[in-house]
Design a protein around this ligand. Structure first.
Ligand code: PHE
Length: 364
């Protein structure tokens, strides 16, 4: 009777264990082998038996307990193996899958032009100089030989900042030329350099500002200034430097370059720099048309004197180019405003891979 009950108990238990999940398995363990479990209760009942009967029943019950404990352990191991296998399958990384293209940024065409200019001019021994966007009237105008009521001030559509009535208001620099002044002053102030002057050879790429806004003008735009000062610098150096630069930048070895007499208060003589192109097709270096690309000239003796440099001992040349203009011509971009709209479609189209080397200086 006892034997039958025990046998049924074990059979039912084994059947239930075989299909149990983790929580059910734990419930079964408690209800069978726990402190108040069925098998535990049977073991407790041994105490009230006759020694002979107890011996037989004890062996049976202990054997049943062992089978159930083994079955529980086996089922637990099985469940653990299954869940591990499921996780391994779910979390598997397919190393053979093709890589998803990483989102790739591009260099803005204006930054690219700056890099190219830096590469071209550094190959000619120039270094980069910088100055502030907000300038004093003196650096932006007066020191550059543009006196207080000179009409050239009106040409520049200057943004003035608020200032006390008595003072000349600061300006958003209308050109990169004030950095000429800053550089020459530093140079002249350095007594060592004054006695044994190494040449000044700088380019100044940077932001400039004028109150002007249409398809070809933006109130904020970029220029690159160039300045060379030394003992024997002549107009021939200016010419050679600009021709080399423009041919390298546009990658047209025979690019026609023309200097045309002009006027800037801070240079004398002054020249506009034109390049040959075909107005119809926009092809640089083709056709018979001329396109103005830069302002230039020999640094005016008043400007040298304003910076404490003796014009009888030193002379030099300067030039200024518009970076947007250079970029638009090279890449066939016809609306200046797109440069500043941050439209990723435009940037993707006109931007350059950061990994592409600035190639032009290699040709110099
Ligand atoms: N600063 C002049 C401009 O903005 C350009 C220039 C620079 C001309 C240097 C001559 C020499 O128009």
């Amino acid at each position: 009777m006892q034997g039958e009950t025990l046998k049924t108990l074990v059979e039912h238990a084994l059947a239930a264990i075989a299909v149990a999940d983790f929580p059910t398995l734990e419930e079964l363990r408690i209800s069978l082998l726990g402190k108040n479990g069925k098998v535990t209760a049977l073991l407790k009942s041994l105490g009230g038996m006759e020694p002979e009967a107890r011996k037989a029943a004890g062996a049976e019950i202990n054997a049943a307990k062992t089978r159930i404990a083994e079955a529980l352990a086996e089922r637990r191991a099985g469940l653990e193996a299954e869940s591990l296998a499921a996780r391994l399958a779910a979390e598997r990384i397919d190393v053979t899958a093709p890589p998803r293209p990483a989102p790739r940024g591009a260099i803005h065409p204006l930054s690219r032009t700056q890099e190219e200019l830096a590469a071209i001019f550094s190959a000619m021994g120039f270094i980069i100089a910088e100055g502030p966007d907000i300038e004093t009237d003196w650096y932006n105008f007066s020191a550059l030989n543009i006196p207080a009521h000179h009409p050239a001030r009106a040409m520049m559509d200057t943004f003035y900042l608020r200032a006390p009535e008595t003072a000349r208001p600061p300006v958003l620099r209308t050109h990169t030329s004030p950095v000429q002044i800053r550089t020459m002053l530093d140079w002249a102030l350095d007594e060592g350099l004054k006695d044994q002057p190494g040449p000044i050879r700088i380019i100044v790429p940077g932001r400039t500002f004028r109150a002007d806004h249409d398809a070809t003008h933006s109130p904020m735009f970029h220029q690159c200034e160039g300045l060379v000062i030394g003992h024997d610098i002549t107009l021939a150096h200016l010419k050679g430097c600009l021709i080399d630069f423009l041919r390298a930048y546009f990658d047209v070895p025979q690019l026609p370059v023309r200097l045309r007499a002009s006027y800037f208060p801070f240079t004398e003589p002054s020249m506009e720099v034109d390049i040959g192109w075909n107005r119809q097709t926009g092809q640089i270096g083709e056709g018979t048309d001329w396109l103005e690309i830069a302002g230039s000239g020999m640094v005016h003796s008043n400007v040298l004197a304003n910076c404490g440099i003796d014009p009888r001992r030193f002379q030099g040349f300067a030039f200024g180019v518009g970076l947007e203009r250079l970029t638009m011509l090279k890449h066939g971009i016809n609306d200046l405003r797109l440069f500043y709209e941050s439209d990723v479609r435009w940037l993707r189209h006109y931007g350059v891979s950061p990994l592409a080397p600035a190639s032009l200086h290699e040709g110099l």
